[in-house]
Write a protein that binds this ligand. Sequence first.
Ligand code: SAM
Ligand code: TMP
Ligand code: ZN
Length: 408
Amino acid sequence: MPTTSQCRICDGTVTEFIDFGRQPLSDAFVVPGEEKKEFFFRLATGICDSCTMVQLMEEVPRDLMFHEAYPYHSSGSAVMREHFTELAKRLLTTELTGDDPFIVELGCNDGIMLKAVAEAGVRQLGVEPSGGVADLAAAKGIRVRKDFFEEATAADIRKNDGPADVIYAANTLCHIPYMDSILKGVTTLLGPNGVFVFEDPYLGDIVERTSFDQIYDEHFFFFTARSVQEMAARNGLELVDVERIPVHGGEVRYTLALAGARKPTQAVAELLAWETERKLAEYATLESFATNVKKIKEDLIALLTKLRAEGKRVVGYGATAKSATVTNFCGITPDLVEFISDTTPAKQGRLSPGQHIPVREYREFADDHPDYALLFAWNHADEIMNAEQAFRDSGGQWIRYVPNVHVS
Ligand code: SAM
Ligand code: TMP
Ligand code: ZN
């Protein structure tokens, strides 16, 4: 009998389809000497038999993940800066055109999106519990509330600032297990014709590409149009638009409105039909995803072990949160990958969670190119390939594991 848990959306039964075993916190980069203090939990994913929401079987307390020293800085990628500036421009010319419009962003991080809104002089509020990144946003002239968004926060914002025309969240909603409180907060805060827009990794892309490393502590939910539609309906909201976007390995941008306020677009019906045809919400589809994941694990370890035997140098590229699942599930130890290069100062000089591979600054990669680079930041591949012609010119090769293990 597969393991089960209770659905965080509808109280239905969640049936497990993959177990990654004991895993550390994906963004908890370890100070050398403090290896023994690490927190571990069982990382496993299941699908709700009733509302079809794919979700983690176990939940990590939020304060362990989102705190003063949360190391993920959104502005580290030029492509993402461009992506969010474009989105801000679009919202400014569509939803934020009325008299004194107001936008609230959940998880504004270092202000990558709200910067353009603040510069346009439109009223904004970022809600961001991680103090360090919240300070970076405030330094850009953005109004920030250092808090977790939930029902009570929403009521307080509504009291102080009035209703929101837009509530926005990128790569944040899927991080929050207490969805009931969030959606109650959204309906409290949203104006009568307001929209709740959020974008997160799409289960359709994860299954198509076998991008199993999207599964880690912070990613609690894996949305589809179908599961989002059900989740919205339970809370007096309605899914009125969807848009597939290419960032972070394939995401969907969902738009919710108060039920009946807006007419759903044709794109909603089309994505729902595609999901049905693809059998995305069926247990058998997810079981075959799990089989593909196991094959990647075997192939990757076989390749790295062979390269070690040949005396080749392999360095990881990008100490992503995702890479924690890859290194810990596959068993990639520091004797297989010498170090991981990362441009984020908060990660440098530390050790990767669980496997304790040293994280070093980018210069160490550029000054002494290895034979192979293992592309952990595969979701930024285009940006990285453009920047790394010199690595290729030196004879360097890339190892990738999504959608399968290959060297190029
Ligand atoms: N929006 C940025 C982006 O797309 O690059 C940041 C995404 S980051 C992966 C997730 C952010 O959500 C973190 O900065 C975290 O502190 C924040 N967060 C977590 N729980 C939250 C909550 N309940 N309310 C608001 N923000 C939250
Ligand atoms: P993400 O996949 O969650 O966006 O994280 C990307 C990580 O990769 C982040 O720690 C920054 C790092 N990175 C580099 O080191 N070099 C790069 O060129 C890019 C785009 C990211
Ligand atoms: Zn459910």
